[in-house]
Ligand binder design. Sequence first.
Ligand code: 5GP
Ligand code: ZN
Length: 109
Amino acid sequence: MSDCLFCKIIEGNIPSDKVYEDDDVYAFKDIHPKAPVHVLVIPKLHIATLSDCDDPALLGMLMDRVRMIADDVLTLEAGYRVVINVREGGGQEVFHLHIHILGGKKLPF
Ligand code: 5GP
Ligand code: ZN
C-alpha cells in the first residue's frame, strides 16, 4: 500500500534495522524501544489490523514466526512478551498489522 509506513519499510523505501526476513514476514527493531529488546514482526501482505484478518493460516504462520524470531534470532531465553495493539482504543498507531516482541528484562504486568 503506497501510503503505509510499514509497507515502505518492507520495500526498503524507509530505512529500518532488520533482524529477520523471509517470503512472508519482515522483522525490525522498534524506533522507540519500550524494553531492551523491542522488535516488530509484520506480514509482507498489507493488513490494517488484527480484526481485518480472518485467515487462520496466515495468523498461525505469523505466530510461528514470532516464536522462531524470539527464540532463535533474538535468543530471549529468559522469556519475552508478545503484544498486538488493535485500532485506536488498543493503542495502534500504525495501521499495518504488527506484533511487538518485548524482552531483555523482567517485564512488569
Ligand atoms: P503501535 O502503537 O501501532 O502498536 O506500534 C507502532 C510502533 O511502531 C511503535 O512502537 C513505534 O515506535 C514504531 N514505529 C513508528 N514509526 C516507526 C519507524 O519509522 N521505524 C521503526 N523502526 N519503528 C517505528
Ligand atoms: Zn502496509
